[in-house]
Ligand binder design. Sequence first.
Ligand SMILES: [Zn+2]
Length: 57
Amino acid sequence: MSYYRCICRKCGSNYASMIDNDIELQKESCPGCGEKQLQISEPLTSSEINKLFYGGG
Ligand SMILES: [Zn+2]
């Protein structure tokens, strides 16, 4: 199972997502601001996933 970084174009927040295509991601709302303006970036490494999931910054 791999995770990707997704970035909200509205508020700039970074999230980990299992979604790997833009069409599916368009259906997802930003957990921070609620806007459906998420964008997929690069695949996450395991250490990056830990940061995003456990609040390392
Ligand atoms: Zn947002």
